[in-house]
Structure formats: structure tokens, C-alpha cells
Design a protein around this ligand. Structure first.
Ligand code: FES
Length: 328
């Protein structure tokens, strides 16, 4: 699972040097990697749904979900899909990431947390999108919570995680769905809503949309439906207009031209605002809205969150010449 950032990535996350302790092909196109501390000691703790940034080479910083058990701080585990269409980072990684190599990674951060109080959790992983679901399953198992993990792949031969999943202490909660074997998931029958049930999905966009649409149709309230993108989805055609951004704490005003995002203008002006993906996916640039009409263009906020917050790296004023005031 990854997000790709090339150059210009801004992160103030503390960086750790770790050792690549294991590199294993788990299918023709998926590599699984494990990182341990150089001195073998415990790594910073991660919560289920967390990701780390991995520095593959100076020009490649990428984000991967952790699939390791959050209770086990002896290592971080990620998986990387070799993309035919990718921008080269995964191919480079497969070539140079051999066991024993020292690698820089960030501490884990989490934009996809699991609701531990849920009455039941449905973990719906499509292809490589299964990785955060595995960490969530570990956590829910530790809590003794009720959950079901569904691993959905087009072809059984690409299901690199099947073997791992079959040997988990919670293997009885795992359901495998392979379209080429006629076992495609029947979402409308398996996503049974009960009070306080939550559904999580990560994977190809069509898959996630089908999961979320079905969950909605089956009665899951919006705040109990969760998704995480692993690549930038196709964007609708937006027209950029200029607008004014006011910072409520300092009362400074900035003109945002049609050619720049609000975060670009703020960073140029020396305003300290955290930006990572700049694609509206990771959520780190989220700010509270004080006033103004927003055209939301992000992929992280729920409709409910959009009432009060904005993703500044992508979203803009709804009208040309509009004024947005944010709590910065
Ligand atoms: S920086 Fe990632 S959503 Fe804005």
C-alpha cells in the first residue's frame, strides 16, 4: 500500500534508521519487507491503520501501511506492489531493497484508525489494500472484539497474503474471495449492519466504492464507513478560481491565484503548515473552517467532517473571488 511523493515532499516526522531484516516475494508482483531497529530494540509503537514513510532513494519518499501487529514493536512490516504503470519507485525498491540494507523510515502516523468500541468490524481489503486490514485484525483480536476480514482479489494467483492469513491466530475470521474462482464477495449479503458496526475498506477505487455504496445501502451510517486510498484517484474536471484565504489567528490575508494551492501560497510565505501528499489523500493539512463556502476536493474527509474542516492542499473557495477563513 503506498502513496507516492517525488521531491518537494515536506515532512517533519522524525526519521529513524532501520535495517531491512526481511525481503520476501509473496506473489509474482508483491514484495513483503520487514524493518527492525539497528540495535534490535523496540521500535516506536504504531496503532492499527498506521503507515510509515520509506525513503527509497533521495528522490523517492513513499508511504506504506503497516501490516504488522501493533502490539509487536520488534519490527514493522509493509508490502509493496510492483506496478507496471508506476513512476519507478516500486521497481527501484525491488532492485535495491535487499535484506541487511539500512533504510530511513518515519515514525508511524495514523489517518485510518480503527474504532475499538465497534460492536462488529468488517475489514474489506482489495488486493494490496489488505495491508492495513491485517494490522486492524491483530488489534481487534487482541481486544477480543468481533470482526470479519475479507480479502478480495481478481485472481487467486495474485493473492500473496493468503498463506499469512491462513496462519494468523484469527484465521477463523478470514474470508477469501477470488473472482477467477467464482468466489467474488457478495457484498450485499456479507455486510450485515448491526448497531455500532463499522466497515473499513482499502484497495482499488471501484472496489472501495462498491463496498461503501453497499454499506450505505445496508444501513451503515457515514461515520461508521471508512476508506483509505492508496493511489490518487481520478480527479473530476475542476476549474480553479482565485480566492482569498484569511488566517483567523493572525488575521493575515493571502491571495490564492488560480495556479496555486492554498498550502503552496502559505508555505512560500513562511507559514508553518504541514503538507505531505499534496494530493488530498493523507489528511495532514486539515484545518478548521471559521467561515466561507468551500469546494471540497479531498479524499479523506467525511461529509460530516466537511461541515467544519477543509483539506487545504486541494480544496478551494466555492466561488471565484470568495473568502475563506481558517483556524490557523
Ligand atoms: S497534504 Fe495530504 S491531504 Fe493535504
Amino acid at each position: 500500500l503506498e502513496h507516492e511523493y517525488i521531491n518537494g515532499a515536506v515532512t517533519d516526522a522524525p526519521i529513524l534508521q532501520v535495517r531491512l531484516s526481511k525481503a520476501k516475494a509473496i506473489s509474482q508482483r508483491i514484495m513483503q519487507y520487514q524493518f527492525t531497529r539497528l540495535d534490535g530494540g523496540p521500535l516506536p509503537a504504531a496503532t492499527a491503520g498506521s503507515h510509515i514513510d520509506v525513503l527509497i532513494a533521495p528522490e523517492f519518499l513513499r508511504q506504506y501501511s503497516l501490516s504488522s501487529d501493533p502490539a509487536d514493536t520488534s519490527h514493522y512490516q509493509i508490502a509493496v506492489l510492483h506496478e507496471d504503470q508506476g513512476r519507478g519507485g516500486s521497481a527501484l525498491m525491488q532492485r535495491i531493497f535487499t535484506a541487511g540494507r539500512k533504510v530511513f523510515v518515519s515514525k508511524p502516523t495514523n489517518h485510518f484508525p480503527v474504532a475499538e468500541e465497534a460492536s462488529k468490524s468488517y475489514l474489506m481489503g482489495g488486493g494490496i489494500g489488505i495491508t492495513p486490514m491485517i494490522a486492524m485484525a491483530h488489534r481487534l483480536h487482541t481486544l477480543g472484539a468481533d470482526f470479519a476480514l475479507h480479502y478480495c482479489c481478481s485472481r487467486a494467483q495474485d493473492a500473496g497474503f493468503e498463506d499469512d492469513l491462513k496462519h494468523m491466530p484469527w484465521a477463523d475470521k478470514v474470508h477469501l474471495h477470488y473472482s477467477d474462482q467464482g468466489s467474488r464477495a457478495n457484498l450485499s449479503t456479507l455486510l450485515n449492519y448491526q448497531t455500532q458496526a463499522h466497515v473499513y475498506t482499502c484497495g482499488p477505487e471501484n472496489f472501495m466504492q462498491a463496498v461503501l455504496d453497499t454499506a450505505q445501502a445496508n444501513g451503515f451510517p457515514e461515520q461508521q464507513r471508512h476508506m483509505e486510498y492508496f493511489s490518487v484517484p481520478d480527479l473530476p474536471q475542476y476549474d480553479n478560481h482565485e480566492f482569498t484565504l484569511r488566517l483567523s489567528q493572525s488575521q493575515q490575508e493571502f491571495h490564492i491565484p488560480a495556479t496555486q494551492s492554498a498550502t503552496e501560497v502559505l508555505l512560500e510565505a513562511g507559514i508553518n503548515i504541514e503538507v505531505k501528499c499534496a494530493d488530498g489523500i493523507c489528511g495532514v493539512c486539515k484545518c478548521a473552517i471559521v467561515s466561507g463556502q468551500v469546494e471540497h476536493r479531498d479524499f479523506v474527509l467525511s461529509n460530516q467532517q466537511r461541515q467544519t474542516h477543509i483539506i487545504l492542499c486541494q480544496s478551494r473557495a466555492a466561488q471565484a473571488g470568495g473568502v475563506l477563513e481558517v483556524d490557523v
